[in-house]
Design a protein around this ligand. Structure first.
Ligand SMILES: Cc1ncc(COP(=O)(O)O)c(C=O)c1O
Length: 375
């Protein structure tokens, strides 16, 4: 199999120390030693989430399993859910929400622009029976960073629980679960948490638990009440309802330790610095950034439109074939129109991004595009 450098918005190339856990001997997913490892992993995750109050779970599966768990657990039929969308993953939340509840309102924003806090407030004012608001923090499909803190504070004022998709931001972008009054946070291991795919960390605040208890949503595996039951009743032996991938959990514990050793604020700053370098260089190379306002751009993913003389699909293909570098393309309505670069964890470095940008410059030159490139 040909090997490519993964500069897509997750999964990313990982450190060999992390990968080594995937071939470690199997171990039991219960018992004293396991509970110690599992508990330590949750404690580290809480630090990355900056929470002391929330309960944290590790659900085997992709990020979408955490998304579905949040919705299933909140989908009682007595209240309304409001989903905010401005991209492909926001729309996935709408699909999941509608599959569990008939009482779903949707506020559609613009792809490429951050969600409008005032517009959210208008809906909360108008529709008084909204008890949960769902949003994506970093919309990987467009590279937009949505105003998580502001929307969460707004929800707090209107008595609604905020559910946030932090799949592409946790571990790379500032998040303070307790201080920002976030109800439920959902993430995935394959992006800024620097692990292979396969676990969905989910955090639930005490305030969100009240609504979950009242909702009495359906499901067993997918319902967070089951996870809470096992954490409470089986806590000293088997604190989760199903068999966990033990190697991946060990890898996560290791990567969380390295994340915290680096320091959270240093890490966010590193991601911003690299994102700025990527944005600036792409603009110099003549690309139009998909998120034009830098204040609305993610620090972990950058999206740009194809070059006037080199369509996005041709650039992606040439990088793959000539440089063995994989970057992402546009999804759904942006298919063929944009390309996306992930700079997360070990790829949010000059070591990873300078060769990627030089390769892009090389592809442009080969395509006969003149211009002021890469100084
Ligand atoms: C913002 C966001 N939400 C949700 C998901 C879904 O994650 P998964 O593919 O692990 O289910 C992704 C995946 O890229 C994502 O970027």
């Amino acid at each position: 199999m040909k090997r490519y450098r993964l500069r897509i918005p997750g999964p990313i190339d990982l450190e060999p120390e992390v990968l080594a856990f995937m071939s470690a001997p199997l171990r039991a997913h219960y018992g004293h030693d396991w509970v110690e490892l599992y508990t330590e992993t949750l404690t580290l995750l809480k630090q990355v989430w900056q929470t002391k109050e929330a309960s944290v779970f590790l659900m085997p599966g992709p990020g979408s399993v955490g998304m579905e768990a949040a919705i299933a657990s909140l989908s009682g039929d007595t209240h309304k859910l409001l989903v905010l969308t401005n991209g492909f993953f926001g729309e996935r939340w709408v699909t999941i929400a509608r599959s569990y509840s008939s009482r779903v309102s949707v506020l559609e924003g613009t792809w490429g622009r951050a969600l409008d806090v005032d517009a959210v407030e208008q809906v909360l004012k108008r529709e008084r029976d909204i008890r949960a608001v769902i949003m994506v923090h970093g919309e990987t499909s467009t590279g937009v960073l949505n105003p998580l803190r502001e929307i969460s504070m707004l929800c707090e004022r209107y008595g609604a629980v905020l559910v946030a998709d932090m799949v592409a931001t946790l571990g790379g972008t500032e998040i303070a679960l307790d201080d920002w009054h976030i109800g439920i946070g959902v993430s995935a291991t394959q992006k800024c948490l620097e692990c292979p795919p396969g676990l969905a960390p989910v955090a639930v605040s005490p305030h969100a638990w009240e609504l979950i208890e009242r909702s009495k949503g359906p499901g067993w595996y997918i319902n967070l009440r089951t996870w809470q039951h096992f954490a409470r009743e089986w806590g000293d032996w088997h604190p989760h309802p199903v068999t966990l991938p033990t190697g991946l959990t060990q890898a996560l514990r290791y990567s969380l330790t390295t994340i915290l050793d680096e320091g959270l604020s240093q890490r966010w700053a590193r991601h911003w610095e690299i994102a700025t370098m990527v944005r600036t260089t792409l603009a110099k190379l003549g690309f139009e950034l998909f998120v034009s306002d830098a204040r609305e751009a993610m620090n972990t993913v950058t999206a740009a439109k194809g070059h006037p003389q080199l369509p996005a699909t041709a650039l992606i293909r040439a990088l793959k074939e000539k440089h063995r570098i994989l970057i992402g393309g546009g999804i759904e309505r942006l298919s063929g129109q944009i390309f996306r670069i992930g700079h997360m964890g070990p790829t949010a470095t000059r070591e990873a991004m300078v060769p990627t940008l030089l390769a892009i410059e090389d592809v442009l030159r080969s395509a006969g595009v003149a211009g002021p490139v890469g100084d």
